[in-house]
Write a protein that binds this ligand. Sequence first.
Ligand code: AMP
Ligand code: MN
Ligand code: MN
Ligand code: MN
Length: 290
Amino acid sequence: MIDLHCHSCFSDGTDEPEALAIKSDALELTALALTDHDTLEGLPRFLAMQPEVKTRLVPGIELSCRFLGKELHILGLLVDHQNREFRARIDEVRARRNQRNIKLVERLQSLGIDINLEIVRTWAPSGLVSRTHFARQLAAMGIVGNSPEAFRKLIGENGSAFVPFQELSPTEAALWIHEAGGVALVAHPGRFAAGRFIWNDAMSELQRFGIDGFEAYYGEYGPAEQRYFLELAARLGMLPSGGSDYHGGNKPGLELGRGRGNLKIPDSVLENLEAARPRSINGVFHPWVS
Ligand code: AMP
Ligand code: MN
Ligand code: MN
Ligand code: MN
């Protein structure tokens, strides 16, 4: 059993990267990918745990993109996190996130909410500030009853304080990921803002843009959703991926490898992703090609 999607405290999870490695080993997962939002910063500490654990530790990232005017998350798995160009590109995305956060604070203040970036940062120990941290602060202030309500009423796509994220396109994300030697996958189709696409059509479009596959297994899918997305992957000739999207205490009830209890992702999923890694880009062979 594997898990190819989780977050550390370097984005909006609450676990240290080392703790994720140790937990996955204790759960006897064959592989675990760390996929923090728009940052590679947790990966050196995560991968440094490899000698201590049997679980294979896989480098990854979850990039915030926009597709047809809506938020869409693209996962890059098996990426070379030391690739200089890739790192520079991710730094640029990070700068755009910081600008979004400043605007989000202004929007909330204009609604009469007494919030600032410093206070939101107290929820984000490793520096990257996400809307998850805004949601926790808004709940702590009693402005909303809980985090999901913060997204529904204020900071989610239909909320009154919503600020759209940067304009990274799935095409661009796929190219960056391929150039860093990884595979590009749509995260959690059918969840969050991405819920309103007609997936049959949207996926074949994304496939033309270079996306390799999507999460057919997900921590919060029911059996019918899993079946639908597995069949869609087979029909389109795209790769199924999957993970729990574990965030520690920031998303209670989700467990590594198991999701809400019934998640079971076969090892063959990672083997197929591995086989699909680009062998070369612009005539330059990636280092793992012998
Ligand atoms: P950001 O990357 O800062 O835009 O924040 C996005 C994160 O907020 C996602 O990765 C989820 O963890 C969380 N999120 C987004 N939409 C919702 C929602 N409707 N309910 C709960 N959490 C959400
Ligand atoms: Mn998140
Ligand atoms: Mn996501
Ligand atoms: Mn995620």
